[in-house]
Write a protein that binds this ligand. Structure first.
Ligand SMILES: C[S@@+](CC[C@H](N)C(=O)[O-])C[C@H]1O[C@@H](n2cnc3c(N)ncnc32)[C@H](O)[C@@H]1O
Length: 385
């Protein structure tokens, strides 16, 4: 057995998913990483690591480590990078195989089903699906033309031929619809209506969600009727890069201490808890949060609303709020509702999507509800690569 095959078998045994074991033992991940990846080093940022600068053994060990390998940052491929990148965020990667398989298992993908994947990335997860379900069962869409072309070459080199589309996956791919399962490997702010239309009744949509406040949830929805889908969020916490047209707009310089001052008894550091942040986001979905020392800032660039919360000298916290939306008041109210319900994890919430609205509910569909912000997609067309 070659070293690559041995490492694949070891990785498959570690991940331990019976349904995906053969695919993990078969698909060569090194083919999907290209000639370089970025590795994060706290002191230097994202450092390009090149295949040509290490032995084949070391490169294979890197490929079969259960880690995410970032391949592109702010549009620059690792192999084209000349220096480490300090502040920009990853825009494409090969997700760690353990998480890829957790996603595929969560989507309950099985033989005989037709799959739509959003976010081809390197093509590794696409190839795993082709290996298990067959080429004809898989359609995958990638936003970035360079990434899409590289994925196409890598998938072909590994011996697979799914339907690959380059374009905005938030529009789905009508020509191959209906799908039994739709799985996204980039995070959405709201569920794109095209997805609900293109999945058959009884089919599922499995997608990581990420809003502008930074709150995450893992949606697993059943399509119940034409244009309608519903389901409870899953208990697995998954973090993915935002789908490109759903990413938060850039924040300008933040002004502190502007607007009306008031007192609050809600400790802002509560928002360091993932579920509390998710709840805050339900109440103020346009607000982006940041920390300036122990001061929490919340800014809504669309309406120009601002809030900041800082410790008061005599206990409690002081809030400053400015602009048309009282961001902290809305968050306080939602946090109180959540705490009254026993502070459940995101899996205590669900989402119902109809043609008119997208509502997150607490407990049951008729429990407390929050509307998700309206859907936005780029207007780019999708085309086969
Ligand atoms: C985490 S990577 C995907 C990992 C991939 N499944 C793999 O196994 O290598 C997320 C990918 O989603 C892509 N993406 C972001 N927004 C998208 C969109 N609107 N439509 C399609 N792809 C998108 C990014 O360009 C990126 O390549």
């Amino acid at each position: 057995m070659s070293l690559a095959a041995k490492l694949r078998h070891e990785l498959a045994a570690t991940i331990g998913s019976p349904g995906w074991r053969t695919a993990l033992e078969t698909v060569p991940r090194e083919v999907f990483l290209g000639q370089a990846v970025y590795r994060y080093e706290p002191e230097r940022g994202w450092v390009p690591v090149r295949r040509s600068e290490m032995s084949t053994e070391d490169w294979l060990h890197l490929a079969y480590t259960d880690e995410t390998w970032v391949t592109q940052i702010a549009g620059v491929l690792a192999e084209d990078a000349t220096d480490p990148v300090l502040i920009s965020r990853p825009t494409s990667s090969s997700t760690l195989p353990g998480l890829v398989v957790r996603m595929l298992d969560a989507a309950e993908i099985g033989e005989g089903e037709k799959i739509m994947e959003i976010g081809t990335g390197t093509g590794y997860s696409t190839a795993l699906m082709c290996c298990r379900l067959g080429d004809d069962a898989v359609t995958s869409v990638e936003f970035d033309p360079v990434i899409a072309a590289r994925a196409k070459a890598a998938i072909a080199e590994a011996g697979y031929m799914p339907m690959l589309v380059q374009g905005d996956g938030l529009l789905g791919y009508e020509a191959d619809a209906p799908y039994d399962r739709l799985i996204a490997t980039c995070a959405v702010r709201t569920i794109p209506p095209a997805w609900v239309r293109q999945v058959r009744q009884g089919g599922t949509i499995t997608a990581p969600m990420l809003g502008w406040t930074g709150g995450v949830a893992f949606a697993h929805l059943h399509v119940t009727d034409v244009g309608t889908a519903s389901g409870r969020f899953l208990s697995d916490d998954v973090y993915f890069m935002p789908a490109r047209p759903h990413a938060a707009p850039p924040l300008d310089t933040i002004q502190l201490g502007i607007g009306d001052a008031s007192e609050t008894q809600v400790d802002p550091s509560l928002l360091k808890n993932d579920t509390a942040l998710f709840v805050a986001q339900l109440a103020a979905p346009q607000a982006q949060h940041a920390w300036a020392g122990d001061i929490l800032t919340l800014d809504d660039t669309e309406t120009g609303s601002h809030a900041d919360v800082r410790p008061a000298l005599d206990g409690g916290w002081v809030v400053h709020q400015d602009g048309p939306i009282r961001i902290w008041d809305a968050i306080e109210k939602a946090i109180a509702m959540w705490q009254e319900a026993g502070s459940p994890h995101q899996s205590g919430f669900g989402l119902t999507v109809t043609r008119e609205s997208q509502r997150v509910w607490l407990g049951e569909p008729d429990g407390p509800r929050w509307e998700l912000p309206s859907y936005r997609s780029s207007l780019s067309t999708t085309g086969r690569t």
